[in-house]
Design a protein. Sequence first.
Lengths: 424, 334
Amino acid sequence: MTAEPTIRDPLEIERAEEARLRVAAGLAPLPRSGGEFAGFESVGLPDRPPQTDREQEVYTLDEGEMLVNMGPQHPSTHGVMRLVLKVRGEIVVDIDPVLGYLHRGIEKLCENATYTTVMTYVDPMDYLSAMHNEHAPAIAFEKLYGVKAPRRAEYIRALVVELNRVFSHGLMMGFLALDMGGLTPILYGFINRDEVVDLLSAISGQRMLFNFFRVGGVNFDANDEFFSRLGTWRAGVLKTIEMNERILTDNEIFRGRTIGMGVLSGKEAISLGVSGPNLRASGVPFDVRKAHPYSIYPELEFEVITQSGGDVYARYMQRVAELKQSIHLIDQIVDKMPHGPVQAQVPGIIRPKPGRAYAAVESPRGLYSVYAISDGGPNPYRFRMRDPSFISLQAIPKLMPGRLIADTMAVMASFDPVMGGVDK
Amino acid sequence: MDLLLGIGRFLLATMLLLLLTVPTAFVVIQMELKVIAQMQLRYGPNRIGPWGMFQSTIHGFKFLAKEDHMPDQADRATFTLAPWMVYMAAAMSMLVMPFAPGAIAADFNIGIVYFFAVIGLSVVGLLIAGWASYNKYSLLGGLRSAAQMVSYEIPLTLSVVGVVVLGGTLNFRELIGWQQAHGWMLLWQPVGLGIFYIASLAEINRTPFDMVEADSELVAGPFTEYSGMRFGFFFFAEYVALFIMSGIMAALFFGGWLAPWPFPAQLDGFGGTLYGLFWFFLKSYLFVFLAVWLRATLPRVRVDQLMGMAWKVLLPLAMLNLLVTAGVVVWLNL
């Protein structure tokens, strides 16, 4: 009778090999899971030796430290984000964000789609600002193809984009409160969103993934009924927002938890690439609509709003102020709305000349941009998107050490990340 | 014979109270569902029964149908014990609850001491639930509950000592009698009432002090790994505790079963019991409503702010309140 051959775990072989190589190279052997907390084994460690110095730093535990896996199925990680928290009691020592749980390969999908059908794929990226997602590729493709959208189309674009910003910022107020234990603001935020989405569906036919922008124009014109509904909405839009403000802005508990929490200085924010309201809340007056004007924004009157604090409260106040500014912009757009066609003459399948184009827009989360390369075919050769929430997330591991677990949620919500955009 | 009667009476009373906890929890949960829904501009449950009245009942029975899951590495004995401890702490404290004249299950001469001793037991249950679950969120929640309750029990108890010094009794019935003679305790101990209310919210883990559950931070705290009826017991205990704290506040500061001014304070006989029950439940559910209102309005405080408030604000204030009360009582020879 022969002995059964033992099957070795390939991971184990790899580990043994790595250890052998390290010893041969004269390096210290890698530490395995280090600490133990209150009788708990350190579960949650990756099932392999650390690959980078940073990983070794995070996953090596000192006495009294433990790893807490927050997400991807945690109630308040804004979708499917996973944060590995290294904590000492309740104090966060280090954070390792793990991304990619919602990756759908949208860039690659877009590269296999024709220029006109790209619009359907970019919608579900940052699902709270689908209109902005379509705006940047529309501008980029128009540059590539050398076509200009009619003026009325540009005005309608600006209108829907600002409407989108209103509900996105309104929801942020709610999510921030929800992550701090306030149950009600999110409901008011969704009432606000529902009203806006009714308008957007009236003009585009869709409620969430609008598929409204076209290369050289927009899909539908806005009729008189739409404008009368817009007027009704305009009269009552501030109601839910003000209800939220009454609950949050002067609330002693809310202020106590947000003022001075997660302070990001302007310098740090710039060096991390943070943009949009998060950057302006740190006092840097950078707004794509002013700095690199596109669409009809040069014709509208508005100031770049900034806050000085750079903390969670400043980011919240920044959103509230920008929301009101957007409503002000909508008023101006409706006043100036010209007549005319909404779609330029564009063939069904666009074949731009070889070349490259870049377009950036100010999305509710920051600078959202698209870089497209054409090789003369019907599909973009390369289609690259810069999503602002992906870049904002970099700030979180910098801000959290020394804070409490509860603050992780508040700081993360204040950056208003949308995981659909982060993971693409 | 007297002894047998006493035992029989005790058994009957405890059985009634245990049975009472279940509908109480249902009513409080239903209130929470409906009141918060109205505050959030939505309908709330409206399918089961007229106006959705039986939604919370169905919630309760739903727990019976759910899988009873226990984590592999959980400590089986303590994991099973914890829900009972928390539930019994809530149910036992109902024993001294002064519902109405003639409707107190056990009219102890040290009722107030008994009450605070028993209600404090729930922290042990939460702590062992957090420990036994073999889950880091549970453990953090359990530790939070221990820290929070130990901190808040001191100002809570001290604020009641002022009432006791003034009323000169540890018996709920006599205390209500004192309030009938001298006016509700609310007039004599306004600072004590404030401290008591804040500390009692923390004691029963209600928003804005719901550190222990903290659904956006710790998933569900010590209850994370519980399912089925075990979770149901925690859930019930929490809402029963809310009712009990409201009832005790009514008894200590708002005259218990005494009716407010334009009405006769008390009636005699069986009708008087019903009359007292009416006012007692009215006051208690008013405070339950207040807690639900707070939950719909306020965000949660942070765990260090919570502790800071207990030790730096409430405790000195409660001490001062007690000192002044005692001084006045001695000075005026009340």
